[in-house]
Design a protein around this ligand. Structure first.
Ligand SMILES: [Zn+2]
Length: 69
């Protein structure tokens, strides 16, 4: 986990214990969440990649990325 990179990306201090946190593409059409910020499934993201709690991702109707099963 590259925490320093995350801090640069989000310009906030992030909790480096990412248990329960997932990554999503901040787009209305994104339907997947990812455990890894460098997942190939996020490679197509044209928007900002954001970190959200797994609870929130599931609440938003997102499902686990097919590359990570
Ligand atoms: Zn993924």
């Amino acid at each position: 986990m590259k925490c320093s990179l995350l801090i640069i990306l989000f310009l906030i201090n992030v909790n480096c214990s990412t248990r329960g946190m997932v990554y999503v593409c901040n787009s209305d059409t994104a339907k997947k969440y990812h455990y890894k910020s460098n997942c190939r499934g996020l490679g197509n993201c044209q928007y900002k990649i954001i970190q959200v709690s797994l609870d929130k991702a599931e609440k938003d109707g997102k499902t686990l990325c097919g590359w990570e099963k």
